[in-house]
Write a protein that binds this ligand. Structure first.
Ligand code: PNS
Length: 162
């Protein structure tokens, strides 16, 4: 039996139930999952890298086989450094497909040894995204079906309602 280590990269700004669902699904297929937060100073995010890592640690950090990390530069370089043979990504809808397809093929062109595994989240999380969670938080919407409690508290602190 092969020992498979995969990287699950993303912005995680912030981590949602969709991400958590995908991490659980990924763990049924791979032995080790490195959840890697993109630290790109050029990309505007609501939460700092440290905050995003901390939220992931709180939500999934104690799951056996999971390690939270961060990366900048090319994902394939990080994957190679961490000895990850696969990249895990979630596909929610057709709208995700084109970007994900392009990214998977580009990553394979950059490193032929790294393939991308796509998993679908459970149906209740198909419309969940970090962007929608941030937007709802801003206007006081109900966040329970989008993000774990710990993240909800962080979002509400970031967007206090008068
Ligand atoms: O959660 P996101 O924002 O959809 O994640 C996007 C991410 C981090 C996977 C992607 O932007 C990425 O891999 N960035 C690193 C730069 C890179 O390797 N680019 C080449 C792939 S086309």
């Amino acid at each position: 039996m092969k020992h498979l280590r995969a990287v699950y990269p993303g912005s995680f700004d912030p981590v949602t139930w969709g991400h958590v669902d995908l991490i659980h699904r990924g763990l049924t297929m791979v032995d080790e999952l490195v959840v890697a937060v993109l630290a790109n100073p050029g990309k505007q995010t609501l939460f700092s890298v440290a905050e995003r890592v901390e939220m992931l640690e709180g939500c999934v950090g104690s799951l056996p086989g999971v390690r939270i990390s961060q990366f900048d530069g090319l994902l394939v370089d990080f994957a190679r450094k961490e000895k990850c043979k696969a990249i895990l990504r979630g596909l929610r809808a057709v709208s995700d497909f084109e970007y994900e397809f392009q990214m998977a093929l580009m990553n394979r062109r950059l490193d032929a040894e790294v393939d991308t595994l796509f998993l679908m989240p459970s149906e209740e999380h198909v419309f969940v995204s970090s962007r929608i969670a941030r937007e709802l938080a801003q206007f006081g919407g109900d966040l329970d079906s989008l993000v774990p409690e710990l993240v909800k508290n962080r979002l509400q602190k970031r967007y206090p309602l008068q």
